[in-house]
Design a protein around this ligand. Structure first.
Ligand code: DGN
Length: 258
């Protein structure tokens, strides 16, 4: 059975990509809610409703586990929907928070994400549960998503916006920064350049793929067999399939069939 992965749009492909790399024998059904993107400024109620609808769709595809690749949907909907379905459901917040808590030395952790994710305070609540001494500094960076979708991944404008958003983390001496939005790993090099080599950048997409692997192992659901003949990945969107396909081509190493 495949793994279901969903996001508000294309960004979740950064999570799908990590699953493809780290669990190469698994099939994936991906759903991008391109008709209703962005989720970043929407209410909790709506995001729970959208997530529930998408999970129903994925359940119809007979998935064995679901990954909520969207940070905003993980922040708002994971707790609400987790027990409503009889497959394991994972979000991207907890895996990122766990690694950040383990790796910070000065106990000053920064979080960047959408307005919804940052205002939810969910990273802080996980991090403080893991280590009450950690100080969490959150900052919404809403301009990053359109910059990434415009393809300005290595661009002076993106570098300038990065400096404006992230200066605060330098001033407040964070040693660990969680890239708490699907799109941010794609501008990792710009963020790295501004923050410097010493700051640990946590990519929740990667950490989530590892967590998914141990969860599947534990539940004896991990596919250890070889690859099948047919293409193992299926993609669905709620609008503008062509635009999705074009963007997907810049993230994934092959053409996406829809
Ligand atoms: N996928 C969203 C997230 O990770 O929070 C970013 C895109 C959006 O919906 N604003």
């Amino acid at each position: 059975a495949p793994i279901g992965v969903f996001d508000s749009g294309v960004g979740g492909l950064t999570v799908a990509r990590e699953i493809m790399r780290n669990l190469p024998s698994e099939k994936i059904v991906y759903f991008g809610d391109t008709a209703r993107v962005p989720y970043g400024g929407k209410s909790r109620e709506n995001i729970i409703r959208y997530s529930r609808q998408i999970i129903h769709f994925l359940m119809e595809q007979q998935v064995k586990a679901i990954v909520i690749a969207c940070n905003t949907a993980s922040a708002f909907a994971l707790e609400a929907v987790r027990d409503e379905f009889d497959v394991p459901i994972l979000g991207v917040i907890e895996p990122g928070a766990r690694v950040a808590a383990a790796e910070t030395k000065n106990k000053r952790v920064g979080v960047i994400g959408t307005v919804g994710t940052v205002d939810s305070g969910i990273h802080a609540s996980y991090l403080k549960k893991l280590d009450p001494e950690i100080t969490v500094i959150g900052k919404a960076c809403p301009l990053f998503v359109p910059l990434v979708e415009e393809g300005w991944l290595h661009d002076p404008v993106t570098a300038e916006v990065t400096a404006r958003y992230l200066q605060e983390f330098k001033d407040k001496d964070v040693d660990t920064l969680i890239l708490g939005c699907t799109h941010y790993p794609l501008i990792r090099s710009v963020i790295r350049e501004f923050m410097g080599e010493e700051v640990r950048l946590v990519n929740p997409a990667y950490e989530t793929a590892l967590e998914l692997r141990s969860l599947l192992e534990k539940k004896e659901l991990l596919n250890t067999g070889g690859k099948t003949e047919e293409f193992p990945y299926r993609f669905y969107v709620s609008d503008l399939a062509e635009k999705f396909r074009a963007f997907a081509g810049s993230i994934l190493p092959y053409d996406v069939e829809m």
